[in-house]
Ligand binder design. Structure first.
Ligand SMILES: [Cu+2]
Length: 155
């Protein structure tokens, strides 16, 4: 957090416009699922209240060796996940859900196996829109990755 705050302060000094661009971009409903000791996937909703598109161009975390933006697409009738090139667009005045079966932040080479309740700190790079830090809690029981509608009905 300290590093991010310093970065924001530096931006404010050099380019006031860029500092203003930090406003209006919100991450909510972030959580992580991990099916094995090596990999995990993070899901969330990105809300963009600005009047220009923001694009998630990358992510990083101390919890894993490699962090990539992934999505799923159908290949010969089978859903497969693959790396996203060019980032994930979040429309002006709208939101975009990173959700199961769709876009996600992929963590590979976990520093240690994760279990329910563990927190994964992610830094999300939105290019010109700045960076966002989010703490995503591991929740393998979460029923719905769409965000905002997961009411844990089974609990
Ligand atoms: Cu993936």
């Amino acid at each position: 957090m300290t590093m991010i705050r310093m970065t924001l302060a530096a931006l404010a000094v050099v380019t006031p416009a860029a500092a203003f661009a930090q406003d209006g971009l919100t991450i909510r409903d972030a959580y992580v699922r991990s099916a094995n000791s090596k990999t995990a996937a993070a899901f969330m909703v990105v809300q963009n209240d600005r009047d220009a598109e923001c694009r998630l161009t990358g992510a990083s975390s101390d919890a894993a060796e490699l962090v990539e933006l992934h999505t799923h697409s159908e290949v010969d009738g089978v859903m497969k996940m693959h790396k996203i090139e060019g980032g994930i667009a979040v429309p002006a005045g709208g939101d975009h859900a990173l959700a199961r079966g769709g876009d996600h932040v992929m963590l590979m080479g976990l520093a240690k196996p994760l279990s329910d309740g563990d927190t994964v700190a992610l830094v999300l790079d939105f290019g010109d829109c700045g960076t966002r830090q989010v703490d995503a809690v591991l929740d393998n029981d979460r029923a719905d990755g769409a965000g905002g509608h997961a009411d844990h009905q089974s609990h």
